[in-house]
Design a protein around this ligand. Structure first.
Ligand code: HEC
Length: 194
């Protein structure tokens, strides 16, 4: 036991030193930045949920597809404008092509998938980091979105034919079906130039 840790410790230090420079900045994001980002995610998620719930109650999933189509991008744009942050959703399998991920988001979502495969829950996954983008420091905050029961209507493995047809019409390149309960559907992705 003792021998093992004596051998492992220098290896661990060496590994840390070797990988540190790849995450652009050593700066730790401040707790204020993280709190602000978490607050915006809560507001964004709450608005989306309210709109979805209202639209489902008013006219079922077919109606909710139209409402989501019109309002989801508006909600993100509105919160971004008011906060000065960039606030969006993205996915490895996006429905709206305008929500396709950038390379950083793809990397983080793949890390999340790997953690989920090892047993972590999509509901718990968050990454907050300061990175360099085009010579500027940018704070990036990514929070996984788990697939809940209601989501399966439009993102599940058995989307009803009439809904599928409607989705195909609005999103001909739709990749966002085939999800199961608890899967990571996508992420909230926020960024702010520092
Ligand atoms: C009534 C159908 C419907 C339901 C139910 C639904 N969605 Fe969606 N979802 C959509 C549509 C339509 C879009 C594309 C919106 C747009 O144009 O930006 C979308 C987009 C998304 C996106 C953005 C990335 C992408 O693929 O474009 C995420 C993330 C997402 N949905 C997650 C969820 C989650 C989580 C739930 C359950 C809480 C859910 N959705 C329930 C229809 C639905």
């Amino acid at each position: 036991m003792l021998r093992k840790s004596v051998v492992l410790f220098p290896l661990m230090v060496a590994a840390t030193l070797a990988t540190a420079p790849t995450s652009a900045f050593a700066d730790e994001p401040s707790p204020q930045l993280k709190t602000e980002a978490a607050g915006l995610v809560k507001e964004y998620a709450g608005n989306l949920q309210a709109v979805l719930k209202g639209a489902m109650a008013a006219g079922g999933p077919a109606n909710a597809i139209s409402v989501c189509h019109e309002q989801a991008p508006e909600i993100a744009a509105d919160i971004s404008q008011r906060s000065g942050w960039t606030v969006k959703r993205t996915s490895l399998k996006p429905r709206n092509p305008a929500s396709a991920p950038d390379s950083y988001e793809t990397k983080v979502m793949k890390e999340f998938q790997a953690r989920i495969a090892k047993g972590e829950s999509a509901a718990d996954l968050v990454k907050a980091e300061i990175v360099e983008q085009n010579g500027a420091k940018v704070f990036r905050f990514i929070k996984a979105i788990p697939t809940g029961e209601v989501c399966l209507n439009c993102h599940g493995t058995e989307v009803k034919p009439e809904l599928k047809a409607k989705l195909q019409e609005l999103y001909p390149g739709d990749k966002a079906t085939g999800f199961k309960l608890g899967d990571m559907r996508g992420v909230f992705t926020l960024s702010k130039r520092l």
